[in-house]
Write a protein that binds this ligand. Structure first.
Ligand SMILES: [Fe+2]
Length: 613
C-alpha cells in the first residue's frame, strides 16, 4: 500500500468519529450545512470532535511547482484534490474540444496562405481573423492586433498588468544606457530631470540573467533577454517607454529613436521577459496564498463556520491547478517549455525565490502594494492620466469589501466576540505557523509571510477581502486574459525564435517570431485557460455570482447575508456592463481607459469567482 494511503487509513482508524456523522462535504460548494460561529453552536462538543477529525485528516504534503504553499494530503485532503481534478476534467474536455475544432479551421487558413506566415500582418490576420471562435468567442481585445506597434500601447500595457512596474529611484536611472541628448529628444528631459520631477518609472527583469536559476527551455529553440526598462510620463501624464536594455550579449540599449524594426523587437524582448514574470508571479502570489489559507482553515474551522463556507466557495477546483501544472504544463519538455523561453525549472525557482515576498499577505493588499511601488498615493490617486488596472480593481475591491463588512457584522457584534471564536484564533495561528509534518519540514516550506497576528472585526474584513481579491488578481494575469490580450501574437511571443541580436539594424522581426505551427500551439495553449462557457451557465460561474445561487446561500439563515449577496451581484453586474460597453472611441483610445486597446480582463460578468486552472 502506498505510504500516503496507509497514513490516511491509520489516521482514519485512529478517531472514533465517523465521517458520516459529520458535516463533511463530499465536494466543494455542495454542502447544505447551516453555518454559525462556534460560541453559538447548539452542540459544541460535537463540533469540537468534527474540527479535531478534520485537523487529523487534512494533512500537509510537500509543495508543488516550487516551494511555496504545502499541498493537501490525508483522507480529506486527498478527497478534495481528487474532486478538484474531476471538476477541472469536465472543463478541460470541453475547452480541448473547442480548441481542436479551432485548430482544424486555422490550419486551412494557414494552408491557404501558402503554409506560412511571412509578414507581421499575416500574424494578425491569418492567425486571428474569424478564428478561435469556439475557444475564445470574445475574440482578441479591441486594438490588440492593430495598435500594438504604438508606444502608447506598450506604455498602456504596463498600466493594465502593473506587477513589475515601479516608480524609479536614483539607482534605477542606470537601468538603461541613454545620453542626455537622446533622452531630451524622446522625453524632452534628461533621465535625471525626469527622476527629480517624479516622472520616471522602471521595470527590472535583470534577475533573469542568471541562467543557472532561470534555465532556458530544454527545447533549446527559444531565446530572450533579462531586460531592464525605463518609462516616463509625458506632459499629458501618459506613460511611454524611454528605453530597453538587453543585459545580455552586446548589452544594447534600444530606444524609440532606433529603426522601427529594432525598436519593435526590443519591445517584444521586453514582453518575453515580462510575461515570464507575470505568469509565474500569478502562481506564487495568487494560487499559493489562496490555497495556504484554505488548507489552514480545513484544519481549524468547522464545516459549519461561516468563514469556511466562503473559503470553500472561493476554492472550488483550487486543488486542480498545481497537479495539472505538474502533469502537463511544468513537466520536463511540457507545454511550458514548448512555448516559453525560460524553462519550467526557472518557473519553479521563481516560485521558491519569491514566495516570501510576492506570497506575503498584508504587503500585497492591493493599495498597499501599489503604494509601495509609487503607483498610487495614500488617497488612491495615481500619477498617471489613467490607470485602467487600478480603476477596475479598486471598484471590484470596494464591492468585495462591502460584502465582507456586512458578512463579518452579521456574525460578530464586537471584536471581543471575534476573540472568543477559538476556531478563528486557531486558523490565524495555523496560517502564521505554516505547514507542519516531516514531509514539508524536509522541504523547508515557510508560511505565508506577514499574515495578521490577531483577528478582530476589521482584520477579518481585510483578510477575507484580500483573499477574495486574489481570485480576481489571478484572472488579471491568467485564465482568459492571455489568449485575448497578454499573449496575443505577433507582439507577445513566448520566446524569440532566433538569438538576441548582437547589433542593431535587423531587417524584420518576423524571423524572431514563432512559425505558423508554433504560433498555433502557443495560442491553443493560452486558450486552454479560457472558460467562456461559465458566463452562460445557470447560474453563471462568474465573479458577479460568487455569493449567489441556492447552493451557497442555503448555508446562511441570516437575511443580512442574503441581502448583501444580492447587493454584491447587482454592483458586480453593473461593473460588468461597464466593462462590456468598452470600445475604441473616435480618438483611438478605449472608452474611459485612455489607452489604444481595451483592457477587459477582470470583467465580473466573465471571469470565474474561483481559481480556474
Ligand atoms: Fe492560474
Amino acid at each position: 500500500m502506498p505510504r500516503l494511503a496507509l497514513m490516511s487509513l491509520l489516521l482514519a482508524c485512529s478517531t472514533s468519529v465517523t465521517a458520516a456523522a459529520l458535516h463533511i462535504r463530499q465536494s466543494d460548494s455542495n454542502g447544505t450545512t447551516t453555518v454559525t460561529i462556534p460560541q453559538r453552536d447548539a452542540d459544541r462538543a460535537a463540533r469540537k470532535k468534527e474540527v479535531a477529525y478534520r485537523h487529523d485528516n487534512f494533512l500537509y504534503n510537500i509543495s508543488q511547482i516550487g516551494n511555496a504553499a504545502a499541498f493537501p494530503m490525508g483522507k480529506i485532503g486527498e478527497e478534495r484534490v481528487s474532486a478538484a481534478w474531476d471538476q477541472w476534467q469536465i472543463d478541460r474536455d470541453i475547452i480541448n474540444g473547442h480548441i481542436q475544432k479551432d485548430v482544424a479551421q486555422i490550419r486551412q487558413a494557414i494552408v491557404a496562405n501558402n503554409g506560412t506566415l511571412r509578414t507581421l500582418d499575416d500574424y494578425a490576420t491569418v492567425l486571428y481573423k474569424d478564428q478561435w471562435l469556439n475557444a475564445s468567442p470574445l475574440k482578441p481585445a479591441l486594438g490588440s492586433l492593430t495598435n500594438y506597434t504604438l508606444d502608447s500601447f506598450f506604455g498602456g500595457e504596463r498600466l493594465v498588468r502593473p506587477y513589475s512596474l515601479y516608480k524609479a529611484s536614483d539607482k534605477d536611472s542606470k537601468l538603461i544606457d541613454i545620453s542626455d541628448e537622446d533622452a531630451k529628444k524622446i522625453a524632452g528631459s534628461t533621465v535625471a530631470e525626469l527622476l527629480s520631477a517624479n516622472r520616471l518609472f522602471a521595470v527590472d527583469h535583470s534577475y533573469q540573467a542568471d541562467q543557472t536559476v532561470y534555465v532556458p527551455s530544454q527545447f533549446n529553440d527559444k531565446y530572450g533577454a533579462p531586460v531592464t526598462a525605463l518609462f516616463y510620463l509625458n506632459d499629458n501624464k501618459e506613460l511611454l517607454p524611454l528605453g530597453i536594455r538587453t543585459n545580455t550579449g552586446a548589452n544594447l540599449t534600444y530606444t524609440p529613436l532606433d529603426g522601427e524594426n529594432d525598436w519593435l523587437l526590443a519591445k517584444m524582448m521586453f514582453n518575453v521577459a515580462d510575461q515570464f514574470h507575470a505568469q509565474i508571479y500569478h502562481l506564487t502570489a495568487t494560487h499559493n496564498v489562496g490555497e495556504a489559507l484554505h488548507e489552514a482553515a480545513m484544519r481549524t474551522l468547522s464545516d459549519a463556520h461561516p468563514i469556511m463556507a466562503v473559503l470553500d466557495r472561493l476554492n472550488y477546483q483550487a486543488y486542480s491547478a498545481r497537479p495539472v501544472g505538474e502533469a502537463m504544463c511544468f513537466n520536463p519538455m511540457g507545454h511550458w517549455d514548448e512555448n516559453f523561453h525560460i524553462s519550467q525549472i526557472g518557473c519553479r525557482n521563481f516560485v521558491t525565490e519569491y514566495w516570501p515576498t510576492y506570497g506575503a499577505f498584508e504587503p500585497n493588499y492591493l493599495q498597499t502594494d501599489l503604494h509601495a511601488r509609487g503607483l498610487v498615493d495614500e488617497a488612491g490617486i495615481s500619477p498617471f492620466k489613467t490607470f485602467p488596472f487600478w480603476d477596475d480593481a479598486s471598484e471590484i475591491l470596494r464591492v468585495q469589501r462591502e460584502f465582507f463588512t456586512t458578512f463579518v457584522d452579521t456574525y460578530y457584534t464586537s471584536d471581543e466576540e471575534v476573540t472568543a471564536d477559538e476556531e478563528v484564533g486557531d486558523w490565524f495561528e495555523e496560517v502564521r505557523r505554516g505547514p507542519t509534518g516531516p514531509e514539508v519540514e524536509a522541504q523547508g516550506l515557510t508560511p505565508v509571510a506577514s499574515f495578521p497576528e490577531k483577528a478582530a472585526k476589521k482584520v477579518l474584513v481585510d483578510v477575507l477581502t484580500h483573499n477574495a481579491w486574489l481570485q480576481v488578481a489571478h484572472h488579471s494575469l491568467n485564465a482568459g486574459d492571455p489568449v485575448r490580450s497578454s499573449l496575443t501574437l505577433p507582439f507577445h511571443p513566448g520566446g524569440l525564435h532566433k538569438p538576441v541580436p548582437e547589433a542593431k539594424g535587423i531587417e524584420s522581426v518576423v524571423p524572431f517570431l514563432p512559425n505558423a505551427t508554433a504560433s498555433v500551439t502557443s495560442i491553443g495553449f493560452s486558450a486552454s485557460f479560457n472558460r467562456p462557457r461559465y458566463r452562460t451557465m445557470d447560474p453563471p460561474r462568474t465573479l458577479a455570482y460568487a455569493y449567489s445561487g441556492p447552493e451557497f446561500l442555503a448555508h446562511f439563515a441570516e437575511k443580512e447575508v442574503h441581502d448583501a449577496a444580492d447587493k454584491y451581484l447587482e454592483d458586480m453586474t453593473r461593473l460588468g456592463e461597464k466593462n462590456d460597453a468598452r470600445k475604441i472611441e473616435a480618438d483611438g483610445m478605449c472608452t474611459g481607459q485612455g489607452i489604444p486597446f481595451c483592457w477587459t480582463a477582470i470583467n465580473p460578468s466573465y471571469i470565474p469567482w474561483f481559481f480556474s486552472v
